[in-house]
Design a protein around this ligand. Structure first.
Ligand SMILES: [Zn+2]
Length: 280
């Protein structure tokens, strides 16, 4: 099994999981690079996974579905295509809320916390985790078989997603659900934000040796134009400020910058760190 990174737009990553024959795609914001890769490798797309409703994660779904139907028709007479194209549609797994409300109308299988998805073509199971915060209905897909988490815009390498629809409390809960996964879980987030995230992380926790080492490594990798994603959850726990709200150094930095004046608890520290990063 291979997990292929498909770069798109300015800094997005779509993730394509395949076994040399069948493939699934996570968060296809654009159909073209996905189709190019599928064609190049002669892969058959068998399912689409979606973490949340933002356009850069769902923009390619319609075209991928239409093409899957065309492939199935395999040269059918154009006039008959509309009749035959509905005979096969790819399953699209995404947040139940967005299916119910029609916010992502292409979802065929609405998912929420505790659901398990089985992809028979790849013989893979994915556990669905509700991770609201970036959006109110964000989900993540955890695949124990691949030791991998596909978390969209929730946990980033060195950072976390902005809170567009959810509350800080929701994001704290969501990150805690991720933090308890095995430390060797590979984190497949949807953007290359690592360098700027770590710059901020160093501002709030400058004496974290592991973080300093990571920053130097990431600088070298980015200078070569290479990706820094996936990362490993264990490293995130040691270096990502949004997973380190109990760090005395982070709390001290917030206080010395007058960014944390009230009581000290996980939620208030997280909120202060998130607010600072929003204006960093
Ligand atoms: Zn997003």
């Amino acid at each position: 099994m291979e997990i292929q990174q498909i770069p798109a737009f300015v800094d997005n990553y779509f993730w394509l999981i395949h076994n040399g024959k069948d493939a699934i795609i996570v968060d296809p914001g654009d159909a073209t690079p996905v189709q190019n890769f599928l064609q190049q490798r002669q892969l058959n797309l068998c399912a689409i996974l979606v973490t949340h409703h933002h356009a850069d994660h769902i923009g390619g779904i319609g075209k991928l579905l239409a093409n899957a139907s065309t492939d199935f028709n395999n040269g059918a007479v154009p006039g008959n295509s509309s009749q035959t194209s509905i005979s096969r549609s790819l399953p699209v797994y995404g947040p139940l809320f967005d299916q119910k409300t029609g916010r992502i109308p292409t979802i065929t299988h609405g998912c929420s916390q505790g659901d398990s998805i089985f992809i028979p073509e790849l013989n893979l199971y994915f556990d669905v985790i509700d991770v609201p915060g970036h959006t109110k209905s964000h989900i993540a897909f955890y695949c124990a078989g691949l030791n991998s988490l596909f978390c969209g815009d929730t946990l980033f390498a060195g950072g976390c997603g902005r809170l567009f629809e959810g509350t800080p409390a929701q994001m704290v809960d969501s990150l805690q659900k991720i933090a308890i996964l095995p430390a060797n879980t590979r984190v497949y987030c949807a953007h290359e934000y690592t360098l700027s995230n770590l710059r901020f992380a160093l501002t709030v926790e400058p004496n974290n040796e592991t973080l300093r080492t990571r920053y130097a490594q990431v600088c070298a990798v980015r200078e070569k134009g290479l990706p820094t994603v996936p990362s490993e959850l264990g490293l995130e726990l040691q270096t990502n400020p949004f997973l380190r709200v109990a760090s005395p150094e982070i709390i001290g930095t917030l206080q010395s910058h007058n960014k944390l004046t009230g009581p000290i608890d996980e939620l208030s520290v997280f909120t202060a760190v998130r607010r600072w990063k929003d204006h960093f």
